[in-house]
Design a protein around this ligand. Sequence first.
Ligand SMILES: [Zn+2]
Length: 284
Amino acid sequence: MLEDIDHDVFVRIQTDLLVVGDSIMTDRHHASNGNYEDDDPQNQIGGIIPAFSLSGWLRHGMEKVVQERGGTACHPGEANANFRKDGVYNRDLDAGYHPKGDCLEDGNGCVILDLFGGFGNRPGKVMRRPIQFSPVRSSVDYTRGQAEGHYRRLNRNVVSRNPEDNREPLRNAELDAVGNFDGAWHLSFREIKPEFVALLAETIDYLDAHKTDFMHQLGGARNFGGGIVDCELVNPFYNETELRRVFDRGKGKTQKMEEKDDEWADEYLPEFKSALSARVEAES
Ligand SMILES: [Zn+2]
């Protein structure tokens, strides 16, 4: 069964507003020819959502899924002295984490370590790519993990709270944001295991169901509504034409796509989920 699954899978990500710290990389200087205006609707600025933010969001969701299944996940931070001192580390160990890398002592590492790597330079088995976005839908190639997205620069005035200052602006904070984002996040398994596929599928469902939870929002600026993400694993059996069709608002699923959905949900996913249950149980 596993041999039927492609090593490349796609997650559909849709959000009204995404603010990824200050790390959205854009081509605005290049695209605007030096005449860039922040609020010009004509600007054709594209950019990149870095893999780092996406990866953290996915990992945190996966940790939760493993924990809800009764397992523990590798702690994302190193167990160094400073980290241990403040009590957070021990609190985390009581709340569903084991010290990073401990799972290697009597095994091959937990499923989280297996997927994300990172202990003693072990490579993770899932490669997370950045998402390239463009405001011009016709130039977006979803089969290459791209998205439609509209770059915005948000201005936030930080005003003085001192009454004598008459709410005088103290500074003007500018944030890079992407609005009306809809695209495909491309993940590649370097090695594929049934429990990896199940964990990914379950996590994307979990993140979609918990999209408004503060801790499962993507990127920064969550206090003003950024990073609430609708997400869905695109059926790994879809071919490229079908993958493109997912993003075509004018078209629904073909009958063939419906058949593939049934096959995926009824025949494949339950089998993969049993593998995940067995692995989490064996590791806890
Ligand atoms: Zn571990």
